[in-house]
Design a protein around this ligand. Structure first.
Ligand SMILES: [Zn+2]
Length: 357
């Protein structure tokens, strides 16, 4: 470029990030202060049947004590109709903010309902089982796609490590599986860039990859499952969400291991947790990528996350079927499975060689 060339137009890149992220033991009690700071006077608490007792009622009580009124929507699934019902509740109560209090379902429903009604969204996870707790993407059933859709970035994320450390450890281990799988998902993204000409953002990729590496290194610490040790996972999940916000899509965090998990969700009656399936998928995809798949498996084992079909509670046959079908779930997302076409025999060999079946 010479000085006489016109400046090259930079593509517009919008990055939406949470304004406030609180991580630590007891931070739930700050929810009123956050609402005050952001100017919200009326809230809709979107929570589940169990999570209402764990944190939903407390959030309402803390808000009420500070003169902030709130209504409550109990959700039992993440179906599109449920999102519609929550939207009606939000409209009727004329709220300023939807606060999702719970696990995946409450958070996803609140997030999508907030996006559709133009309300703000605050995320208050009670488990740390996946990276959607701080991202702008929602996973809702009944939509045309079996994977996440763009919703809205939480304006605040309140992660009370005391509540999360007291949740069943299975969820925390699953969250680690979701984070560890970024090792292969980032590799898929690099491949999509070099072989398919996809946009690739080195910063977003590095952030997701670093989260995966840190969780693998912290495996033994995380297994202790205290409010202090769970922080590593919470910060990793925030980093993964941030990487997606920077990339403008789920690309740094969702590749072939996620496609494998989505395929299982479609073909298995009782799928395992998202992060559990992604972790197992990542072992196999790492082998296809020529990465150190044994290190991924060993890290998952140390954390206490599943590494086999039996531990997932899924039949061997379904693992093979999901491997063969995975890329077709999202053909436009180029991954190692776009390059290496697995048939039944090669899928079975991969699952056997990595000890998954
Ligand atoms: Zn995930």
């Amino acid at each position: 470029m010479t000085s006489t060339d016109p400046p090259r137009a930079m593509p517009v890149h919008r990055i939406d990030l949470p304004r406030i992220v609180l991580v630590g033991k007891g931070v739930l009690s700050s929810i009123n202060g956050i609402c005050r700071e952001l100017g919200y006077g009326k809230a809709l608490i979107v929570t589940g049947k169990n999570t209402v007792k764990i944190a939903g009622e407390r959030v309402q009580w803390i808000l009420a004590n500070d003169g902030i009124s709130s209504d409550r929507s109990i959700v039992e699934d993440a179906q599109l109709e449920t999102v519609g019902r929550v939207m009606e509740d939000a409209g009727r109560a004329k709220v300023d903010v939807l606060i999702g209090v719970g696990g995946g379902r409450s958070i996803d429903v609140a997030k999508l309902a907030a996006a559709k009604t133009g309300n703000a969204f605050i995320s208050v996870p009670t488990v740390a089982s996946h990276d959607g707790i701080a991202s702008s993407l929602a996973s809702v059933k009944g939509m045309e796609r079996p994977y996440t859709v763009k919703a809205v970035s939480p304006v605040a994320v309140v992660m009370d490590s005391g509540i999360i450390a007291a949740s069943p450890y299975r969820f925390t281990a699953a969250g680690c599986g979701d984070v560890i799988s970024k090792a292969t998902e980032v590799e898929d993204w690099k491949l999509a860039h070099s072989e398919n000409g996809d946009y690739y953002g080195a910063y977003a990729a590095s952030l997701a990859l670093m989260s995966s590496q840190l969780i693998m290194e912290s495996a033994d610490k995380i297994r202790q499952n205290t409010s202090d040790t769970v922080r590593d996972l919470l910060e990793a999940l925030i980093s993964c969400s941030t990487s997606m916000s920077i990339a403008g899509s789920s690309r740094p965090c969702s590749g072939s291991a996620h496609l494998f998990s989505h395929a299982l969700d479609i073909i298995v009656d009782k799928p395992a947790l998202h992060g559990e399936q992604c972790g197992v998928g990542s072992i196999m995809m790492a082998k296809l990528h020529g990465l150190d798949w044994e290190k991924i498996r060993e890290s998952l084992e140390r954390i206490g996350a599943p590494t086999t079909a039996a531990a997932l509670g899924i039949k061997k046959e379904k693992i093979i079927e999901a491997l063969v079908m995975a890329q077709s779930v999202r053909p436009d997302r180029y991954t190692i499975l776009s390059k290496i076409h697995l048939d039944r025999a090669s899928a079975e060999a991969l699952a056997v060689e990595t000890g998954v079946i």
